[in-house]
Design a protein around this ligand. Structure first.
Ligand code: PRP
Length: 211
């Protein structure tokens, strides 16, 4: 059996992904140890796990440095790589939204709507689809500060519990799309490592669907 490399997005999604792999019979005990190692192996050495920044997961998969991976749909939309999205893993549910002050019209101070976002491509595509010309300002985090500090009129960001918006006096103005974690696969690996990749994809699907 050929070893499969699985890229996991460090942070919120990795923990849940490991839980599912555990249920699939993958010995994930070595992954639960408190370590700063970025490459780890399951107990049987069938799988190699790499822990990468969420935004880099699609790159590792597209380039074949990893065969499979778990990443949020938000990252897939933003990175737009040539990879297979195999399964909706149904965890990490949240939504991509436009948010701002409840009375948006009062907050618009310039002709062009100013939008702060970590998701520049998503924001650009969304407003282009509506035919609205916007000024997108890329931020790498704490995006809610945009409207609060007057840098922008609105933000395009993910909303999970809504607590960050609420704590900063902002509300959801428009929902762009629903998001959740996805299982992704390298296009070549699906052919060349079919016997290793497909059974795991099927097992994960069974667990996710509760079968
Ligand atoms: C994300 C997102 C929001 C927040 C939403 O940020 O960008 O700020 O979580 O979650 P909530 O609706 O449950 O409050 P993250 O925690 O990844 O940090 P960041 O601002 O540094 O990107």
């Amino acid at each position: 059996m050929r070893q499969i490399t699985i890229a996991l997005a460090k942070g919120r999604l990795a923990e849940k992904a490991i839980e599912i792999l555990d249920k699939c019979g993958v010995d994930c005990a070595p992954l639960k140890k408190d370590t700063r190692k970025l490459v780890l192996y399951d107990g049987e050495g069938k799988y190699r796990f790499i822990f990468v920044k969420p935004a880099d997961v699609p790159t590792y998969i597209e380039r074949g440095a990893a065969d499979m991976g778990v990443v949020g749909k938000d990252t897939l939309l933003e990175e737009s790589k040539d990879i297979y999205e195999m399964l909706d893993l149904k965890f990490g549910a949240c939504a991509m939204c436009v948010a701002g002050f409840a009375d948006k019209n009062n907050s618009i101070t310039q002709n062009k709507l100013r939008v702060a976002s970590k998701y520049v491509r998503v924001a650009k595509d969304y407003y282009a689809s509506k035919g609205i010309d916007v000024d997108i300002i890329k931020l790498t985090g704490s995006v809610e500060l945009g409207p609060v500090i007057g840098l922008t009129d609105v933000i395009v960001d993910i909303v999970e519990s809504g607590k960050t918006l609420e704590a900063n006096g902002l509300v959801v103005l428009e929902e762009i799309c629903k998001l959740s974690a996805r299982l992704v696969v390298n296009k070549v690996s699906l052919k060349t490592k079919k016997d290793e990749v497909l059974p795991l994809v099927n097992k994960i699907s069974e667990i996710v669907e509760g079968r």
